[in-house]
Structures are given as C-alpha cells and as structure tokens.
Design a protein around this ligand. Structure first.
Ligand SMILES: Nc1ncnc2c1ncn2[C@@H]1O[C@H](COP(=O)(O)OP(=O)(O)OP(=O)(O)O)[C@@H](O)[C@H]1O
Ligand SMILES: [Mg+2]
Length: 270
C-alpha cells in the first residue's frame, strides 16, 4: 500500500499537483496545481503556445512531468505501468484539435476502431453504439461518409462522437470550435454542454476563443507564462483585475501581453 501523500484525493476527477514541465531549457509549465471536480467543465484559456495542449497530454500520460504529478481519480498517471495506463485511457475521451480522423476510413470505421481493438463487443453491438453516438451529435446516417466529405463542423462532431464511444468519465477537448464559423461554434458549444450534462461526464476544455470559453465553462483557469494566473467561475474571470486576464478577455492590443519590454517586470501574480 502506498502512502497517502502519493495518492490523489478521492474527490477530484483530475489533479495536477505542482507540475513543472521543461522541454530542454524551456519551462512550459512552472509549478502548476489544478484540480477538476466531477461533472465540472473546466475551461483552460491562454495564448497560443501557453501550454494548453500540453496539459491535456500530461493528463493522458503521453507526456511526463519534469517535477510533480498528475492524478486521474486515484490513479497517479506517470507511475502507472503501460497496461494500467492503457486501461486508464479507456476511461478518458479525447477530442483532438484537428479531429484526427483516419482519412482512408469511413466515419463508421473511425468510431468503431477503439471498440474493436479494446473491447470484446460483437460487430452488432459496435454498430449499435456507433449509431447511437452519431445520433447524439446529430450526425445520424453519415456513417458511410469519408472524412474528406465532411465540413469542419461535421468533423468536430465526428471527433466528439468518437470520444464518446467508450463511455468515458472524462472528456478532454482541444480547441473544439477552432476554425468554425460563429454559428456552428455556438451549436458545437451547446452540444458540449448538453452531452456532458446528460451523461454526467467531467470535461476539461482548452480554447483561446473567449465566446466559446464563456458558453461552456462551469469554471475557468487562465494559463500565462507557465502559471495559472487566475482561476474561478466565469463571473469571477469577468471581474478579474489582473491586467493580463482583462486584456485576454477583451482581445485588446493594449496591455501587458504584447508589451515585451515590460515582461521582466511582470510577476505571474500581477
Ligand atoms: N514535444 C515537445 N517538444 C518541445 N517543445 C514542445 C513539445 N510540445 C510542446 N512544446 C512547446 O511547448 C509550448 C506549449 O505548447 P502547447 O502545444 O501546449 O501550446 P498550446 O497552448 O496548446 O498552443 P495552441 O493554442 O497554439 O494550440 C510551445 O512553446 C511548444 O513549442
Ligand atoms: Mg494546442
């Protein structure tokens, strides 16, 4: 039995505990601590290159932290054996930034793949699950289409349906509305809210699009220069006095984010 200090708390779905991640000389995450409660939709916002996708990769165990640790329920992700890590990943759905569909497979084949490889379900059961998930994302009847026949919004929906087939407890969304027009973005955001509420699933969503962030978040955290500089309800973020948060939320050119000459004067807590 491991000592308690090495275990995640019972109550969190995800916990990043004092995570530092360096690539060579570059510190992408600097002592980041972050928790996600069951059934929350935590939205992580931050500039391009801030380390948002990196956080999702750490949760999936694709990357290992330089310092600190990551917990999924009570599992310490970086310490799992490859077999246990694969088992844990079966409980986590990932919606990739670019949908990452197999280009020479149909929509149905893309959705069926993990069920075929990781479960002992019969072809009939798999067909039923695929149809059910396509219906959930309002893509019923599209199973025979190839990815190149889909619009950007349809690809995002298929990516979402694929993340749902294993009935995950946690879904990680990487920029779910990037590249979509404002109306389709709003539809996808509503789908994310509806699906996560209906199935009581927990989610971590990373985005740099503020409209989407505020539509889906139950809680938000802003990543800037390796640190979480603000965290709280959407309302709390709106009321923040942190000049970096204010500038980012307003999409303004005025403020500390672009003022490189002032970088060195800005502590992360400013
Ligand atoms: N495997 C890697 N090796 C070296 N550097 C990496 C690696 N993965 C990410 N980085 C660096 O880490 C930083 C954060 O990358 P990340 O992809 O997490 O950013 P992001 O916030 O998701 O950005 P975007 O909004 O553009 O997707 C970047 O500077 C990137 O160059
Ligand atoms: Mg990214």
């Amino acid at each position: 039995m491991r000592d308690r200090s090495a275990m995640g708390s019972n109550s969190y779905m995800v916990e990043l505990r004092n995570v530092t991640l360096r690539f060579g000389e570059k510190t992408v995450l600097d002592a980041v601590s972050l928790t996600v409660d069951p059934q929350e939709r935590l939205v992580i916002i931050g500039q391009s290159g801030a380390g948002k996708t990196t956080i999702l990769r750490l949760i999936l165990g694709i990357l290992e932290p330089t310092v600190g640790s990551i917990f999924f329920n009570r599992l310490e992700i970086p310490r799992l054996t490859p077999r246990d890590l694969q088992r844990a990943r079966m409980r986590i759905g990932m919606v990739y930034q670019d949908a990452a569909l197999l280009s020479s497979s149909t929509v149905r084949e893309n959705l069926a793949l993990s069920l075929q490889e990781l479960t002992d379900k019969t072809p009939g059961e798999i067909d039923r699950i695929v149809d059910e998930k396509l219906e959930l994302v309002e893509m019923a009847g599209t199973g025979k289409l190839m990815p190149f026949e889909l619009s950007g919004g349809m690809r995002k929906r298929v990516g979402l349906a694929r993340a749902l087939v294993m009935e995950p407890e946690l879904i990680l969304f990487d920029e779910p509305t990037q590249g979509l027009d404002p109306v389709v973005s709003a539809v996808i955001d509503k789908l994310i809210v509806d699906l996560t509420e209906r199935s009581k699933v927990t989610s971590v969503i990373v985005t740099h699009l503020m409209d989407s962030a505020f539509r889906v978040a139950t809680r938000m955290a802003m990543l800037y220069r390796g640190k979480i500089i603000e965290e709280g309800t959407p309302e709390h973020m709106h009321q923040s006095n942190n000049p970096v948060v204010v500038q980012f939320l307003n999409g303004s050119t005025e403020g500390p984010i672009l003022e490189r000459s002032k970088y060195h004067m800005l502590s992360p807590a400013d």
